[in-house]
Design a protein around this ligand. Structure first.
Ligand code: NI
Length: 172
């Protein structure tokens, strides 16, 4: 396994729509494992392939609390097949927008279909923080960031600050 560098916004690679995988082979499995290791190392609860510069439809999540056992879920080609009529507001963050957070409204619970690490089709129901996390990661596969769900004013403020930090890092 290997850690992968995480792309920080604003970056054109975070705005690209990904392509589905044909099937989950050894290469996709390795990508999933590397993404999971990268996510854990960064203290994240979710990571999508475009965040590490890969344009395949792959995400990993683990929303277990600190005291609980790890509960990693590795998905290729995730697809939402049902959403609850109720919405929920969660404060979201993103490893590609470090130190910025905002409230985002999304469906409270979802039913999801995906290919697991063994290339098997799996269907799960998710609610609470897991539902939020999966929807956030699936947005990345469409080139959508959580700041695209908030006002342009707040979004531009966050992206401007991130740009400034990048510039400072580049100059040092
Ligand atoms: Ni994110």
């Amino acid at each position: 396994m290997a850690l992968m560098p995480i792309i920080i916004a604003p970056d054109a690679r975070l705005k690209i729509k990904t392509k589905p995988v044909d099937h989950v082979d050894a290469a996709v499995k390795t990508l999933m494992d590397n993404m999971l290791e990268t996510m854990y190392a960064a203290n994240g609860i979710g990571l999508a392939a475009p965040q590490v510069g890969d344009m395949r439809s792959v995400i990993v999540v683990d929303c277990a609390r600190q005291a609980e056992n790890p509960a990693p879920i590795k998905m290729a080609n995730p697809e939402i097949i049902a959403v609850s009529p109720n919405d929920n507001t969660h404060e979201e963050g993103c490893l590609s927008l470090p130190e910025h957070y905002a409230d985002v409204v999304r469906p409270d619970s979802i039913t999801l279909r995906y290919l697991n690490e063994n290339n098997k089709i799996v269907e799960i129901d998710a609610d609470g923080i897991l539902a939020t996390c999966i929807q956030h990661e699936m947005d990345h596969l469409e080139g959508i960031l959580f700041v695209d769900h908030i006002s342009a004013l707040k979004r531009n403020m966050i992206l401007r600050k991130l740009k400034k930090v990048k510039k400072q890092v580049a100059e040092t």
